[in-house]
Design a protein around this ligand. Structure first.
Ligand SMILES: Cc1cc2nc3c(=O)[nH]c(=O)nc-3n(C[C@H](O)[C@H](O)[C@H](O)COP(=O)(O)OP(=O)(O)OC[C@H]3O[C@@H](n4cnc5c(N)ncnc54)[C@H](O)[C@@H]3O)c2cc1C
Length: 266
C-alpha cells in the first residue's frame, strides 16, 4: 500500500528524496499502486517533464515517463517495435505504464524488454550522493547530479543493484538500423510464448534477443554478422521449459523465428 506520496517539481528534489532507500519512483503506477502488504513511499515523476521523445542524430531519446501508448503513437517509433509494444499490455495499461517502469518490472515474457535488448538500448540514470547533498547545504548551491549510462544487457539481470538511490531519466535506442520482431502466442493479442527481436547495424553487427520465458529476456547473440543466428537461438533456450511450452518446442520455434527475422531484413 502507498502510505506516503511526494510530487516534486524538480529533478534535484526528486533525487534528494531518492537518497532514502525506502522511497521508490512512481512511473505510471500500474504495478506500484496494486494492492500489496508492504508500505511504500513513492515519488511521482509526472511533473518532471520526462515525457519527451527526441530524435538526436541517429538515436531516439525517450524520457523515462513516456507511456507505452505515447511511444506507440509516435511517428518516430520503428514499425516492428510497435508490434512488441502492442503485445506488452492492453491499451488501458499502455496509457499509464511508462517505458522506464516497464523495463524495471518486466519479466522474461516481455516483448518490449526483448525488443529493447536486441536494440542494445542505453539507460541514463541520475542520482545525487549524500556527500554532495551535505556540501550543497553548506555552500548553499544546487547539487551536481551523477549521471551514468548503462546498457540494457547489463541492467536487466541486476536491476535492483542498478536502481539503488537512482532514477532512470531516459532511454536511448538506435534509429538507423534494421530492426525486426517475430513471435508465437496462443492468440494474436496474447503475450508471446516465444518472441525473437533482431537488430542489424550498417556494419553488419547483428544482435538477437529472445523473450517468452523466465525472469528476464535473454541475449542469444551479438555478432559481427548474421551467420549462426538460428543455432544461437536454439542454444539459448535449451532449458526453457515451463507451463506454457517445453524447452524442445522453444528451441525449435526460436530458430524458426530467428530465420524469419533474418529473411525479413534481407
Ligand atoms: C491489470 C494489470 C496486469 C498486469 N500484468 C502484468 C504482466 O502480465 N506482466 C508484467 O510484467 N507486468 C504486469 N503488470 C504490471 C505493469 O503494468 C507493468 O510492469 C508496467 O509496465 C509498469 O510500468 P509503470 O510505469 O506503471 O510502473 P510503476 O508501477 O510506476 O513502477 C514499477 C516499478 O518501476 C520503478 N520505476 C518506475 N519508473 C522508474 C524510473 N524512472 N526510474 C527507476 N525506477 C522506476 C518503480 O519504482 C517500481 O519499482 C500489470 C499491471 C496491471 C495493473
Amino acid at each position: 500500500m502507498i502510505t506516503t506520496y511526494h510530487r516534486p517539481q524538480t529533478l534535484t528534489e526528486t533525487l534528494t528524496l531518492l537518497t532514502n532507500l525506502n522511497v521508490r519512483p512512481l512511473g505510471g503506477g500500474t504495478l506500484l499502486s496494486r494492492p500489496q502488504a508492504d508500505s511504500v513511499e513513492v515519488v511521482d515523476l509526472q511533473s518532471l517533464g520526462l515525457d519527451f521523445i527526441n530524435k538526436k542524430g541517429n538515436d531516439l531519446e525517450l524520457g523515462a515517463t513516456v507511456t507505452l501508448q505515447q511511444f506507440l503513437e509516435s511517428e518516430l517509433c520503428p514499425e516492428a517495435l510497435k508490434t512488441a509494444i502492442k503485445l506488452e499490455a492492453p491499451i488501458n495499461i499502455r496509457n499509464s505504464a511508462t517505458v522506464a517502469g516497464t523495463l524495471v518490472s518486466c519479466d522474461g515474457r516481455s516483448p518490449f524488454g526483448t525488443a529493447l535488448l536486441a536494440l542494445d538500448a542505453k539507460l541514463e540514470f541520475k542520482s545525487i550522493n549524500k556527500l554532495e547533498l551535505a556540501n550543497m547545504e553548506v555552500e548553499s548551491r544546487e547539487p551536481k547530479h551523477d549521471v551514468n549510462i548503462i546498457g540494457i544487457g547489463e541492467f536487466l539481470p541486476m536491476r535492483s543493484d542498478h536502481l539503488k538511490r537512482k532514477l532512470i531519466t531516459s532511454i536511448i535506442i538506435p534509429l538507423n538500423t534494421k530492426f525486426t520482431f517475430e513471435f508465437v502466442s496462443r492468440t494474436p493479442a496474447d503475450k508471446p510464448i516465444i518472441c525473437a527481436a533482431l537488430n542489424q547495424w550498417n556494419s553488419g553487427r547483428t544482435r538477437l534477443a529472445l523473450g517468452g520465458y523466465g525472469t528476464s529476456p535473454i541475449l542469444a547473440m551479438d555478432g559481427t554478422e548474421s551467420e549462426g543466428v538460428e543455432a544461437a537461438a536454439k542454444n539459448a533456450y535449451h532449458e526453457a521449459s515451463d507451463e506454457w511450452a517445453s524447452a524442445e518446442y522453444r528451441m525449435d520455434v526460436s530458430a524458426v523465428l530467428a530465420k524469419r527475422c533474418i529473411e525479413s531484413i534481407s
